[in-house]
Every structure is written in structure tokens, then in C-alpha cells.
Design a protein around this ligand. Structure first.
Ligand code: ADP
Length: 620
């Protein structure tokens, strides 16, 4: 698959080429069309000028056209040609011709005899009078002499002034005796052509410019100056002694049907003109209006430039619009894709979370069930434990109490018999035994009462040495009975611990009692009691040299009613009670075997100056 960006770029490039082609086509077609348009506009203007110019020229010619014939019929003129030697009359006619010439506003008015000599002229009194000159070579003389009317445009050979000549035959005594000629001046008309944005030229049948708004072009030939042209011109001396030159001009036809003429103005530079032509056949002239195409071409160029520029701008705007749209679409697509991806992820994550949630719920359900089962099992166990404990306790109690009760009964019965027989001393001994048994039962009951102790009772600083002394006083008889000895080491400084003195004393009695029991059958019957203070703690250790705690019993020795001593000897309550008491003091009771034999019971208690648990209320 190709890169979509590359495809897009190629598409833009293709569109760019299309737009460029369109612009070039517009420029090409537009310049042709615009040139034609401005050419035809110029042509219309030129046509008006041409019409005006020819109308003025025609008007001027028509004004004088018929006058020579009219003058030829004048009696005076006929008389003049008939009597050319009458000097007085010639003089008179000279004056008359001058008057008429002024009246007609013509250039010159003169009369020629049949030989071509001028007999009288309106300019008789000027520096260059025609009188006496022979113009027999001029067509305006030759034609009338042949009976036709004479028309001719030429440069005056005497006056060196251009003019149009009208000649008419003077008929006298049945023959053509002379020619009357009116020369009119066209300079004034030519003058009006100057200063326009066009050039007007009038050419003779040979193509020689004899009237022009551009003075440089005067007497220049549009066609190359050929020998025949020179000969013909020389024949009539149309342009007197002026040298005819060629105007370097080339005519071509524009594809719009316009006639164009390129004229070499100066060296290298060419001016192009739009040519409009009208033939004045009556005079044998050709009137041309030449419009410089530079302005029309510039206008066309400007128009096309503006059009191409506008089209370019429009194309550019369209391109920008489409590009923006494409970008926007692309961005939207990316956003949509991102959005869809996000949604997909959210759905996936939601599904994952839902699955996890379901799993968790299932797990929670399972846990709840397990917890319920555990609770039930626990409560069952507690119930069973309670019952078992109750049963154990009932059995122990009934055993502990039944034995002394049965013995008491026997001693009482015996005492009665002994009293009846008068053996008072023996009876007394029995009663004493009864009293001992009752004391034992009272002791058991006292121990049991400890289970109903109030935990959380207030603690106070207690002198450990004092408590130990009190405990030894209670347990003294057992030491004696078991023949055991004590080794006490409490250090140099008195030790004060946080405790209840009576309860601590009870703990010591239990532990020391157990130690005495343990060493009962041993060689070494020493029980070592040490107490050491370390920081905020006091560690009390009671070590015996007995068999130690049997392996496998572990923590069971702290269970209530657990005893390895025989029936009637141990209740299995001592350590259990002691453990709970020490816990209540915030301390610890630990049991282990000494590496060198015997058991070590360690009591850890807080000192009186320890930060917590300092209460100065009375404590048990
Ligand atoms: P009793 O002394 O009435 O049996 P105790 O709770 O005081 O009950 O003791 C529980 C058991 O812990 C004893 O039966 C004995 O097996 C064991 N025991 C306690 N002290 C010692 C000791 N110093 N040496 C060995 N065993 C001991």
C-alpha cells in the first residue's frame, strides 16, 4: 500500500499542472482575444478619423472642382488668351485674377497659353511670379489641352509649395487656346492632423506620401523607389527637385483581419501601426490613418495580466480552500480514529474491569462463605473447647474434692467411734486430719477463684524483694517438705516493678512451687532465683535442676488444667493463671529448658520508672 500523503502530494501536483495549463491557455487565448478587442476598438476610432479626413479633403476639392470650367468661359480670360500681346489687358487681368483668387481663397490662379507659357497669374506681383513660366509638362495643362479636365497634385516648381491643381481648357474661336488653372493649398487641412494619437498620410497613385501629419515622412515612398517611379515623377515634375526616399515599412495582415504596418522609426526601433485606408479615386489618392498599436497592445497586455492574475488568485483561493478542507478532513479522520481507539480501549478496559470485578465479587463471595464457615467452625470449636474445658474441670474438681471429702467422711466416722470409746487423743488426731483436708479443698477453691479475677486492675510500683519474701513465707513448708534449697540473687539495687503485689506473689508461688516439684526426685534440689534490671525492663528467672519441660509439650503447659503430675497432685491451673496475670501486667512469661538441664521460667516486667502504666492507686 502506498503512503496516503504521497498520493495526496501527487494529486496536488497534478492539479497544479492543470491550473498552470489553464492559466497559460487563458493567457494565450486572452491575449489574442484582448488584442483583437482593442484593435477593433482602435479601428473604430480610426474609422471616424479616416471618415473625417476624407470628408474634409473631398469637401475642399469639391469646393474648387467646377471653378476652372466656369472661369474658362469668362470673357476676359478668353480675350486674354486671344490677345496675349495686349500688355495693358494682361496687366488688368493679372489684377483681376488676384482679386478673384483672394475671393476664392485659393492659392494661385493663372492662365496659360496653348504653348504652356503663363500669360497672367494672381501672384504676378510676388517674388516668384508664375508669369512667364512654362508648365507644359504638367498634367493639369496637358489634359485640358486634350479637351479633358485636369487634376494634379504636385509641389510647385516655382513656389515650392504643395498644391492641388485644377485645370480647364479655354476655348476661343473654336479651338483650345489656353488653360486656366486654380491651385489650392492643403497645408491648413494637414495642419489639423498634427498632435493626434494617430498619423494620417495621403499617398499618390505611386505610393508616395505627399500629405502627412508626420513631417519626416513627407515625400517618402511606401514602395521601394524604382527607376520607373522616378521616371514617371520626373515626367510631370510632380515633386519638383525633391529626392524621393523609401519609407522602410512592411505591411502584414493580423489574424483578426487587421492591416498592420511596421515602420522602422529609428535605427533598430520599429513602430507598428494599425492601418485604415480609403481610396479617393476622384483624386487618385489613398488616405490612410495609422494608429500606433503600442497602446492597444499595452491595454491588451494589462487586461490579460489582470485576468490571469485574477484567475491565478481564484485558482489559488480554490486550492487553499480545498487544501484546508483536505487538512480538516484529515485532522477529523485522525481525531475520529483516535476517538474510536480510545473508545475501544475504554470498552476493553471496562470489560477487563468488569471481568476483574466479577472475579472479585466471586472471590468476596467465596471469602464470605469461607469466613462464615470459619466463624461457624470457630464458634463450634469454642463451644467444643468450652464444653471440653468444663468437662475437664468438672472431672478434675470432682476428683479433687471427692477424695478429700471421702477421706474427711472416714476420719469423721472414725473420730465418732474413737470419742465413743473414749480415745479422745486419737479422735483429736482425726479431726486435725479433717481440718488439713478442708484446708486443701479451700486451697483448690481459692485457686479457682483466681479465674474470676478482674483483669485490667490498677498496677503500682512494687518492691520485688518484698513480694518474693512474702511468697517464700507461703511456700516455705513445701521447701522444707521437698528438702529443696533456694539460691536468690536480686542484684545490688532494690528492684521495683509495676505489678499487683498479691498477684505477683501468686505467680512466684506457682512457679517456685513447680520448680520444687520438678527437683523432688533429683540429686541437686537447688532452685535459683535471679532478678536483673535492664533499662525499663526487669527480667526475673526461676531455674531448677529438674528434668526440664518434656519436648513436645511446648506451649501446652500454659493451657488451663494441663498437668503432667498425678491425680490429686496438680490442678494444671498454676501456669495458666500465672501467664494471664503477667499478661495483665503488660509483661511476658516464657518457659524454656536450660542447656545444662532443668527448666527456666522467665518473667519480664516493666520497671516502675518505665514510661507507661504508672498508676499510684492501690493495687491487689
Ligand atoms: P500443676 O503444677 O498443677 O501440674 P501447672 O500449671 O503449675 O500445674 O503446671 C503444668 C505442668 O507444667 C506441670 O504438670 C508440668 O508438667 C509442667 N511443669 C511446670 N513447671 C515445671 C518445671 N519446673 N519443670 C518441669 N515441668 C514443669
Amino acid at each position: 500500500m502506498s503512503d496516503p500523503r504521497l498520493v495526496q502530494r501527487r494529486r496536488w501536483l497534478a492539479w497544479g499542472f492543470v491550473a498552470l495549463g489553464l492559466l497559460l491557455a487563458t493567457a494565450g487565448w486572452g491575449s489574442t482575444y484582448a488584442t483583437r478587442f482593442y484593435f477593433s476598438e482602435a479601428e473604430a476610432r480610426g474609422q471616424n478619423t479616416l471618415r473625417l479626413a476624407t470628408a474634409v479633403l473631398r469637401g475642399q476639392l469639391q469646393r474648387y472642382e467646377r471653378l476652372p470650367e466656369l472661369l474658362a468661359e469668362d470673357e476676359g480670360i478668353i480675350k486674354l488668351v486671344s490677345n496675349p500681346d495686349d500688355a495693358a489687358f494682361v496687366d488688368e487681368m493679372n489684377r483681376w485674377l488676384k482679386e478673384v483668387n483672394d475671393l476664392l481663397e485659393s492659392s494661385d490662379l493663372y492662365v496659360m497659353l496653348a504653348d504652356g507659357n503663363t500669360i497672367a497669374a494672381s501672384n504676378y506681383d510676388t517674388n516668384a511670379p508664375f508669369v512667364g513660366n512654362n508648365f507644359a509638362y504638367r498634367p493639369y495643362f496637358l489634359e485640358p489641352m486634350a479637351g479633358r479636365e485636369g487634376r494634379f497634385f504636385a509641389l510647385g516648381t516655382t513656389s515650392f509649395k504643395r498644391g492641388y491643381y485644377f485645370g480647364a481648357p479655354i476655348r476661343a474661336e473654336g479651338r483650345i487656346a489656353g488653360v486656366v488653372v486654380i491651385k489650392i493649398d492643403l497645408d491648413a487641412i494637414e495642419e489639423t492632423w498634427r498632435g493626434g494619437d494617430f498619423e494620417i498620410i495621403v499617398t499618390d497613385p505611386e505610393g508616395v506620401i505627399f500629405m502627412t501629419s508626420k513631417a519626416d515622412w513627407l515625400f517618402m515612398s511606401l514602395a521601394p523607389v524604382s527607376e520607373t517611379l522616378l521616371e514617371r515623377t520626373a515626367e510631370t515634375r510632380r515633386y519638383a527637385d525633391v529626392t524621393l526616399r523609401h519609407l522602410p515599412a512592411a505591411e502584414q495582415t493580423h489574424d483578426g483581419g487587421f492591416r498592420l504596418m511596421s515602420v522602422e522609426a529609428h535605427a533598430g526601433s520599429t513602430r507598428e501601426f494599425l492601418v485604415l485606408n480609403e481610396d479617393m479615386s476622384e483624386a487618385g489618392w489613398s488616405v490612410k490613418v495609422l494608429l500606433d498599436t503600442a497602446s492597444a497592445r499595452a491595454q491588451a497586455f494589462n487586461t490579460v495580466s489582470i485576468a490571469v492574475l485574477a484567475l491565478g488568485l481564484v485558482t489559488l483561493s480554490i486550492a487553499i480552500y480545498f487544501q484546508r478542507r483536505a487538512r480538516l478532513r484529515e485532522r477529523r479522520q485522525i481525531e475520529r480514529a483516535a476517538h474510536e481507539q480510545l473508545e475501544r480501549r475504554v470498552i476493553e478496559r471496562t470489560a477487563e474491569l468488569a471481568a476483574v470485578n466479577t472475579m472479585l465479587e466471586a472471590e468476596i463471595g467465596e471469602r464470605r462463605t469461607t469466613e462464615q464457615m470459619l466463624r461457624k467452625t470457630q464458634s463450634d470449636l469454642v463451644q467444643a473447647g468450652k464444653l471440653a474445658a468444663l468437662g475437664q474441670m468438672s472431672a478434675a474438681l470432682s476428683h479433687e474434692f471427692n477424695q478429700p471429702l471421702a477421706a474427711t467422711r472416714n476420719y469423721a466416722d472414725n473420730a465418732l467411734v474413737l470419742i465413743d470409746r473414749g480415745r479422745v487423743e486419737d479422735a483429736r488426731a482425726n479431726v486435725a486430719r479433717i481440718a488439713g483436708l478442708i484446708e486443701r479443698m479451700a486451697s483448690i477453691s481459692k485457686h479457682l477463684r483466681n479465674f474470676a479475677r478482674k483483669p485490667n486492675q490498677r498496677l503500682r510500683p512494687v518492691d520485688f524483694g518484698q513480694v518474693l519474701a512474702d511468697a517464700l513465707e507461703i511456700i516455705g513448708w513445701r521447701l522444707k517438705a521437698g528438702e529443696a534449697t533456694l539460691a536468690i540473687d536480686l542484684g545490688d539495687t532494690p528492684i521495683t516493678v509495676m505489678a499487683g503485689p498479691v498477684r505477683l506473689q501468686q505467680v512466684l508461688v506457682n512457679i517456685i512451687g513447680n520448680a520444687i516439684d520438678a527437683v523432688n526426685e533429683e540429686e541437686s534440689r537447688t532452685v535459683e532465683i535471679t532478678a536483673r534490671q535492664d533499662g525499663g525492663e526487669v527480667t526475673i528467672a526461676v531455674r531448677d535442676h529438674g528434668p526440664g519441660i518434656s519436648l513436645g509439650l511446648g506451649g501446652r503447659i500454659f493451657d488451663p488444667f494441663f498437668s503432667t503430675k498425678g491425680v490429686g497432685k496438680g490442678l494444671g491451673l498454676g501456669l495458666s493463671i500465672s501467664y494471664n496475670i503477667i499478661k495483665d501486667f503488660g509483661g511476658e512469661l516464657l518457659a524454656r529448658n536450660h542447656p545444662e538441664g532443668g527448666a527456666v521460667f522467665t518473667i519480664v516486667l516493666k520497671t516502675a520508672d518505665a514510661p507507661a502504666g504508672l498508676v499510684l492507686e492501690p493495687a491487689q
